[in-house]
Design a binder for this molecule. Structure first.
Ligand SMILES: Nc1ncnc2c1ncn2[C@@H]1O[C@H](COP(=O)(O)OP(=O)(O)OP(=O)(O)O)[C@@H](O)[C@H]1O
Ligand SMILES: [Mg+2]
Length: 357
């Protein structure tokens, strides 16, 4: 799967079902983060592979290989990086690609690492080129060349680094230059979570937040969480508010459904924007094909908002298809909004319509 379509427009859109962390998320997430691999829910393959990598390193008394974590926002990359440090009983230093403007910034961080330390480099695809090139050498040879002076008189002073583990995280693995990608000993691709896994995330978080919830309540929230633990935790907090104000504080299926109806998050996790786009496509354009600009005007949104914020999830859910002729609704879209598709018109060439009945 490709999530290179998570963009600044998505980040800018404050929405209950947005996958990018908002201020409140950041404040509570620390408390909800699993602390070790055993507590980390789902991602079976990644967990199994990472467990082997870390165990082997521990058995050798060595520093673990560099790890690249790739996946959509809110799936647990930051959480896993902290777990890696905890499992290795190593300290962790946290920085991000955009924070490293100059190679010198990186040199300063690298040269102050302790032996075995985990360096977490979030949004690694947003690092500057010179910093990236310095990182190549640091990862491979645990060495950097610090350039002193400018112009013809500049000299490179080699500096030995202690062995460390780089944990890189990216929502856009496709943007990483191959030489950087190749220097990671292990790449973990994080997938979206299934409903059963999200239910476990919700039960676990409810326990930590001291909120009563039954299995039907957790299932109701899980189904609307778009495969993303961060969204599950956020919806849980909003449902908890509702349960406290409107009921006895305990979350049941009825309470969860009523609360999320108030917030306009439907049973599949579509919000007002998503439904607006689908409704326009179905009701105004008979299910398409219709051009992006026309669709955007019809819902009163910017092109970018429709394309980058609403569409990726609609496409992932199989509700909308992007075709060369424009946006097209799938039969599932008609079913989801409880509408009947128009009778397929004969195209005269004897071929059935793409999504005709
Ligand atoms: N496997 C999991 N089990 C339980 N909780 C999880 C899991 N993965 C993520 N979470 C929860 O989801 C929240 C978001 O996770 P995290 O911050 O690690 O995501 P991320 O992939 O780093 O997102 P971003 O790309 O925005 O940085 C955390 O608060 C964490 O509690
Ligand atoms: Mg993160």
């Amino acid at each position: 799967m490709n999530w290179d379509d998570t963009t600044d427009a998505e980040a800018a859109a404050e929405r209950l079902v947005g996958a990018v962390a908002d201020g409140e998320d950041q404040a509570v997430e620390a408390a909800l983060r699993p602390k070790d691999l055993g507590e980390f829910i789902g991602q079976e393959k990644v967990r199994e592979q990472l467990d082997l990598v870390l165990r082997a390193a521990r058995a050798r008394g060595a520093t673990a290989d560099h790890v690249l974590l790739s996946g959509a926002p809110g799936l647990g990359k930051t959480t896993l990086s902290m777990i890696i440090a905890a499992e290795m009983e190593a300290p962790i230093r946290i920085t991000s690609g955009p924070a490293i403007q100059h190679a010198g910034d990186l040199a300063a961080i690298l040269s102050s690492l302790q032996e075995g330390e985990v360096l977490f480099l979030d949004e690694i695809h947003r690092m500057s080129r010179p910093a990236e090139e310095m990182l190549y050498m640091a990862m491979e040879d645990f060495r950097v060349d610090v350039v002193v002076g400018k112009g013809p008189g500049a000299t490179a002073i080699p500096l030995e680094l202690p062995p460390f583990t780089l944990v890189g995280a990216t929502t856009r693995a496709g943007l990483l230059p191959p030489p950087l990608r190749d220097r990671f000993g292990f790449t973990a691709h994080m997938e979206f979570y299934g409903p059963a896994e999200l239910e476990r995330v919700i039960h676990r978080s409810a326990g930590l937040l001291d909120v009563g919830i039954d299995t039907t309540g957790a299932a109701e929230i899980a189904g609307r969480s778009r495969g993303t633990p961060r969204i599950a935790n956020r919806l849980l907090r909003r449902v908890r508010d509702y349960a406290q104000v409107k009921a006895d504080g305990r979350i049941t299926q009825e309470i969860a459904a009523a609360a999320l109806a108030v917030y306009e998050v439907d049973v599949r996790g579509l919000d007002r924007l998503d439904r607006g786009v689908l409704e326009a496509l179905l009701k105004l354009f008979g299910g398409g094909p219709v051009g992006l600009s026309t669709l955007a005007v019809a819902v009163g949104e910017e092109r970018e908002t429709v394309e980058e914020v609403a569409e990726p999830f609609l496409v992932r859910e199989g509700l909308l298809a992007r075709t060369p002729r424009g946006r097209v609704a799938t039969p599932a879209a008609w079913a989801h909004l409880g509408l009947t598709p128009p009778r397929p018109q004969s195209s005269g060439n004897g071929q059935p319509d793409l999504f005709g009945a």
